[in-house]
Design a binder for this molecule. Structure first.
Ligand code: 2IT
Length: 450
């Protein structure tokens, strides 16, 4: 391995000994950009890698709120502003009991290259809290969001940092956060948050953007092999905003999601989640109880396999992990390889462990695509929301959709080109990392010392 990369990886491990997710993503990105680092000695001279692995700013704060029984609770809030060399910090907020600084640093690091890949003027960051919205009343969620924003407001703004949603943060939470931001600031500050409901300044298609974009990317990968999406069967994990968007767009294009997994097990619906009735049922089921997908099987009379993931099933054409990080480890990766399925399209942020990803990439007949390219349409439409807010106007669904499609085609093409340029052949994972990384590194060089 390139000595410079090796040294920075060692230093990163030593400086962040407990942050295993952060170490995982740094290792994955830095190793895959090796040909780029070899070709650019000026990066080492300017300490580009040392700077890339150090957040520009990491904010940790106390969030105190009261539940419906007037009992006090104390949570931890985070905003890790990783790199703004391309534009204002942009990235989601994750609310989950599992969130810690490691989670937010890994997501923030990934976000830098994802945001760069969109070709739009946005830097990368992430935030969140160990607050778990599951099982909380609307009032509790609102009071938590207000308390969270009472600290966060001083660190954000339309030209500074614009948070959006992620796991556990949807339109409802963004609405409460935005209301509190306005209350404190005494101004509209529309672009200070994205993922807002269309009724309160949001962009049409933002909720669907990540899932739709993932399918647009998939269409490009299929086209490369002379295939088309029509008639394809998909197995996915997750049925949140992203999974749901995949189901909807796949159905529109004549494909179908025949397997989907939730925290309690997986569903096998051979007819696919294709009808409005099924898509609407998933929305209702999720709103009532996001931890169980079994009611879908009961309602539509199909198979439910408790406590299992669908990775390894053979009667599909494409796998799309769209749930959470490290969903697919080496054991699952072996089952995926044995299944003979031709496409492994990551959607959730870092859904594959590094050893599993390397193993899957080494399979001759498997096309592997990385999440930071595939799921980039969510943040891209967030940026389109900022652009609409700045212009004080709204674009139509057709306008937003056309831009989404163009951005995803461009991400796919620039990844292919970057891999080819550095002699890696058809490598969508390294290509995406290199294309994103190069854009950020070159902006940093232009700006001198930061
Ligand atoms: O992982 C992601 O790209 C997001 N959670 C969306 C970030 C955004 O600013 O829309």
């Amino acid at each position: 391995m390139n000595k410079y990369i090796e040294r920075v990886l060692e230093e990163t491990r030593a400086k962040n000994p407990d942050q295993v997710l952060f170490q995982q993503t740094v290792e994955e990105v830095l190793k895959s950009v090796e040909p780029l680092i070899d070709a650019h000695p000026e990066y080492e001279a300017a300490c580009i890698l040392e700077r890339m692995v150090e957040a520009e700013r990491a904010i940790e704060f106390r969030v105190v709120w009261m539940d419906d029984q007037l009992k006090y609770h104390v949570n931890r809030g985070y905003r890790v502003q990783f790199n703004a060399s391309l534009g204002p910090y942009k990235g989601g907020l994750r609310f989950s009991s599992k969130v810690n600084l490691d989670t937010i640093k890994f997501l923030g690091f990934e976000q830098v290259y994802k945001d760069a890949l969109t070709g739009l003027p946005i830097g990368g960051c992430k935030g969140g809290s160990d607050f778990d919205p599951i099982g909380k009343s609307d009032g509790e969620v609102m009071r938590f969001c207000q308390a969270f924003m009472t600290e966060l407001y001083r660190h954000i703004g339309p030209d500074v940092d614009s948070p959006a949603g992620d796991v556990g943060v949807g339109g409802r939470e963004i609405g409460y956060l935005y209301g509190q931001y306005r209350r404190i600031m005494g101004l509209s500050g529309l672009g200070a948050l994205t993922g807002k409901d269309v009724k309160t300044g949001g962009s049409i298609l933002r909720p669907e953007a990540t899932g739709f974009g993932a399918v647009y990317y998939l269409c490009e990968a299929l086209k490369h092999d002379g295939e088309e999406i029509k008639g394809k069967r998909l197995a996915i994990s997750g049925y949140g905003n992203v999974g749901w968007g995949i189901m909807k767009k796949a159905a529109e294009l004549g494909a179908k999601v025949t397997y989907f997994a939730g925290p309690d097990g997986y569903i096998h619906d051979p007819d696919g989640v294709c009808t409005d009735e099924k898509l609407n049922f998933i929305l209702e089921m999720r709103a009532k109880d996001p931890m169980h997908c079994k009611p879908y099987a009961e309602k539509f009379g199909c198979e439910f396999v408790e406590g299992q993931k669908a990775w390894g099933v053979k009667d599909v054409d494409i796998y799309m992990p769209a749930a959470t990080q490290n969903d697919v480890n080496m054991d699952w990766a072996k089952k995926i390889a044995e299944s003979g399925v031709k496409y492994y399209i990551e959607v959730a942020n870092m859904p594959t462990t590094n050893d599993a990803l390397a193993f899957l990439k080494s399979q001759k007949n498997l096309v592997v695509a990385p999440s930071k390219a595939v799921n980039a349409c969510g943040v891209a439409v967030s940026e389109l929301e900022m652009a609409q807010n700045a212009q004080r106007l709204y674009w139509t669904a057709e306008e937003v959709d056309a831009k989404m499609h163009g951005i995803m085609v461009n991400i796919y093409n620039s990844s292919v080109k970057a891999a080819e340029k550095y002699g890696l052949g058809y490598d969508l994972v390294a290509g995406a990392n290199i294309a994103g990384f190069e854009r950020v590194a070159d902006a940093m060089l232009c700006q001198g010392i930061f």
